[in-house]
Design a protein around this ligand. Structure first.
Ligand SMILES: [Zn+2]
Ligand SMILES: [Zn+2]
Length: 183
């Protein structure tokens, strides 16, 4: 293998090097919160300061009633903000939350979080491609062999894939009567 020299750029404040001038210039550039204009901490990843992030956290969330949620996402769990705790029914979740919160927090609580689901499964194409990429250029498995492998993996997926749930940008109104029952 031959090595070639490249020019790199260095941030003149912290000394980190980058491939492009633009990245080096942006490195220690001062950034400001998009809501309140306060200067953001160095190398801070978000566009808004921690306070404003908290305040605007749910701005782009969908709001739904529980009825709408179970109609649109049947069998999906509901969760409790900032915890990984999920339940497949609102009543079970509320019982858990009731135990976990102080009275004050409980009375203030109006929403729980909706979840999204995907399957943890094997991507046959990318398994093959990973192996092919590591070989000499233009290496490819036999076309029939590829197809057989993909068919096999698809059958395996149908049998063994597992649902994984992740927080979605959905706020679900807690039904009044369910909440009152626990007051
Ligand atoms: Zn820097
Ligand atoms: Zn701010």
């Amino acid at each position: 293998m031959n090595a070639e020299r490249v020019d790199a750029y260095k941030c003149d404040i912290c000394g980190t090097t980058y491939i492009t001038k633009l990245m080096a210039e942006k490195c220690c550039e001062k950034k400001h919160c998009k809501y309140c204009g306060k200067e953001l901490p160095h190398k801070y990843y978000f566009l808004a300061c921690p306070n404003c992030r908290e305040k605007h956290k749910y701005d782009n969330y969908r709001r739904m009633t529980y009825e709408e949620y179970i109609k649109e996402f049947p069998g999906y769990p509901v969760g409790y903000e900032d915890s990984d705790y999920i339940e497949f029914g609102m009543e079970d979740l509320l019982e858990y939350i009731r135990d976990d919160l102080s009275d004050e927090e409980w009375y203030k609580l109006q929403y729980v979080i909706g979840y999204d689901m995907y399957y943890a499964e094997i991507d046959a194409e990318s398994v093959l491609e990973n192996i092919e990429e590591d070989q000499y250029e233009d290496f490819e498995f036999d076309e029939t062999g590829r197809k057989e492998f993909i068919d096999f993996v698809n059958k395996w997926n149908e049998k063994y894939r597992k649902p994984v749930y992740v927080e979605a940008k959905i706020l679900i109104e807690i039904p009044k009567e369910l909440k009152e029952a626990l007051n």
